[in-house]
Ligand binder design. Structure first.
Ligand SMILES: *Cc1c(COP(=O)(O)O)cnc(C)c1O
Length: 373
């Protein structure tokens, strides 16, 4: 059998591991921040109609400019945005890849504030860029002063701010984003994958776009929009940024079926987002009840919670897995991450955490660990 080591792989990819959150048929899947709610039947019907209309035309390449979809995404985002300021791809991971292909690349640097989304270093490596993990304040917070100082010092070609941050849930203020923008001549990407879960009235970085041509706000239909399987991410930025990513995208990268499925769901945005409130209630319940069990919770405005005070995260992950509950071990010392699911799923998780803590008290640190990062 040939192993990876036998292949003439790029030197800078040797020894790296692929993204690999487990996909297993378990009772409770709360490990990748998906919505627990199925696409509602009414939406399914409408999307099927849209796809049916697209099918006879599949002999032709799809609209390379996906104009109708961009118009719908602009309308969904509001903030006076128009289609020329929107770009989309197969998940926001591909949007980020397009941005790094255009603005990073060999010899350039990409920076973020760790711990943050595990795909950023992988996407950076994929385009041959160096990933810089700058430090956060205590409790994973990110103040304008800390963020701007690191940005000014390192001068990354691309800075990625994850707001709220995965895996910690930490929000990022517009002051922090604006301060970073002013501290660099590079591209500043704000990854708002979880924006819709923030408290009502929380401003989006979309507000900062006017007059900031190097600022990019990335969004996805995978999380609050409950459409991860459709693979649709998008960005809003200056029209010049969308011109730049056209230089690196593959021709016709969004299939006619993807475009139809996304357009159909956007027509039903209210229904697709209807469960966000219920998910936020479960998120807040996790924050409260995990703390009550003696673990350290970190502030979260996303649909997941990271908790610390775990003596052996891998052992505890396996205890949950034995109970057919899949949570996430991000490799963060003494921490695990759990997604807010349905009320029943959240109850199953909390009951299991109480049981594990009772049966294996050695898995909980006596003193909650001081905040890493
Ligand atoms: C889940 C997630 C995304 C979304 O990825 P898609 O490719 O759109 O499914 C983007 N950024 C972060 C930080 C995420 O956690």
């Amino acid at each position: 059998m040939t192993s990876l080591d036998d292949l003439p792989l790029r030197d800078d990819l040797r020894g790296r591991s692929a993204y690999g959150a487990p996909q297993e048929p378990v009772r409770v899947s709360i490990n990748v921040n998906e919505s627990p709610f199925d696409v509602p039947p009414k939406v399914v019907e409408h999307v099927v109609d849209e796809i049916r209309r697209a099918l006879p035309g599949l002999n032709r390449y799809p609209d390379r400019e996906f104009v109708r979809l961009r118009e719908k995404l602009a309308a969904y985002l509001g903030h006076g945005l128009t289609a020329e300021r929107i770009w989309a791809a197969n998940g926001s991971n591909e949007v980020l890849q397009h941005l790094l292909q255009a603005f990073a690349g060999p010899g350039r640097t990409v920076m973020g504030f760790g711990p943050t989304y595990s795909m950023y270093p992988l996407l950076s490596a994929g385009v041959g860029s160096e990933w810089i993990a700058a430090e956060r304040d205590a409790d994973f917070e990110l103040s304008p002063g800390t963020a701007a100082a690191a940005t000014a010092e390192r001068q990354p070609d691309v800075l990625i701010l994850c707001a709220p941050n995965n895996p910690t849930g930490t929000p990022v203020s517009l002051e922090t984003i604006a301060a970073c923008y002013d501290a660099t001549d590079g591209i500043v990407i704000v990854d708002e994958a979880y924006a819709e879960f923030q408290p009502d009235g929380t401003p989006s970085a979309l507000e900062l776009l006017p007059g900031r041509p190097r600022l990019v706000v990335s969004r996805t239909m995978s999380k609050a929009f409950a459409y991860a399987g459709a693979r649709l991410g998008y960005l809003a930025a200056d029209p010049a940024v969308t011109e730049a990513v056209r230089l690196v995208r593959l021709p016709y990268h969004l299939s006619a079926i993807t475009q139809a499925a996304a357009c159909g769901a956007l027509d039903c945005a209210d229904v697709m987002l209807a469960e966000v409130d219920r998910i936020r209630v479960q998120r807040d319940r996790l924050l409260e009840e995990i703390a009550a069990l003696g673990y350290r919770v970190y502030r979260s405005t996303a649909n997941f919670v990271t908790f610390g005070g775990v003596a052996d995260p891998n052992a505890m992950f396996e205890e949950f897995r034995r109970r057919s509950i899949l949570i996430r071990d991000n490799g963060l010392p003494n921490c695990l991450r759990v997604t807010a699911g349905t009320e029943e799923e959240t109850t199953a998780f909390l009951d299991a955490l109480a049981e594990i803590t009772r049966e294996r008290p050695e898995l909980r640190l006596a003193e909650p660990a001081p905040a890493a990062g």
